[in-house]
Ligand binder design. Structure first.
Ligand SMILES: N[C@@H](CCC(=O)N[C@@H](CS)C(=O)NCC(=O)O)C(=O)O
Length: 210
């Protein structure tokens, strides 16, 4: 198999597939870019939508976190990284679509990429406030929904790594994550013990408790 190349940015949503590809034990390469000031124009040919993550496998290019995590999981079917049963796989997609569309794009997008929602800077403060409220409601939903140290089934899936990204971003927004969300915290603490997570953090040069 051609060695996959994963395009990532430190601490971005691309951390979720980065953790997963390490969990899969696949031989891969990373290209680390900075998207904080915006996606670099010189790489736009790789993803005309101007976003990481991007997964390159030979001449195939895959974008969007849930699609990339599906592709990674398909490379190692025996590891069941999307879940073991049909229902678990369905639950994984249920989580990933919501995390990607609502929690990431809508809630955190409103707080951190406010300009995507309006061209009028006068509206930014209220968009940011609404985004922050949606983040909080999302964290409450996650806390209520979790039943164990894994979001789906009884072992690590793509969802656990994706949740870890948002927990970390919650710390950055100075939510009192540990006090308010104990179940979410234990899921993340289990994740932080994993070699895949430790190695991904090392490579991206990021800390967890920011
Ligand atoms: N829906 C996309 C969202 C990807 C995304 O928003 N990536 C951010 C990093 S977390 C990015 O590349 N931002 C660059 C920019 O907004 O210019 C996915 O799931 O992959």
């Amino acid at each position: 198999m051609t060695k996959p190349i994963l395009w990532i940015a430190p601490g971005a949503c691309s951390l979720a597939p980065h953790i997963l590809i390490r969990e899969a034990g696949i031989d891969f390469e990373t290209i680390l870019i900075n998207v904080k000031p915006g996606f670099p124009e010189e790489y736009r040919h790789m993803n005309p939508k101007g976003r990481v993550p991007i997964l390159q496998i030979g001449d195939i290019t895959i974008t969007e976190v849930p699609a990339i995590m599906t592709a990674i999981s398909q490379m190692v079917p025996g590891k069941h990284l999307l879940g073991k049963t049909n229902l678990e796989i369905v639950r994984t997609y249920e989580w990933c679509n919501w995390l990607s569309g609502t929690v990431h794009a809508q809630a955190f997008g409103g707080v951190r990429r406010t300009y995507r929602f309006s061209d009028d800077p006068e509206t930014y403060e209220s968009i940011r406030a609404k985004g922050r409220k949606t983040v909080e409601e999302s964290f409450e939903y996650i806390e209520e929904r979790l039943q164990g140290t894994h979001a789906v089934g009884d072992s690590f899936t793509a969802v656990d790594g994706f949740l870890l990204v948002f927990y970390r971003w919650g710390n950055q927004l100075e939510f009192d994550m540990r006090a308010k969300y104990p179940k979410f915290t234990s899921l993340v603490e289990e994740g932080l013990e994993r070699d895949s997570v430790k190695a991904a953090f090392r490579e991206e040069g990021i800390e967890f408790w920011v």
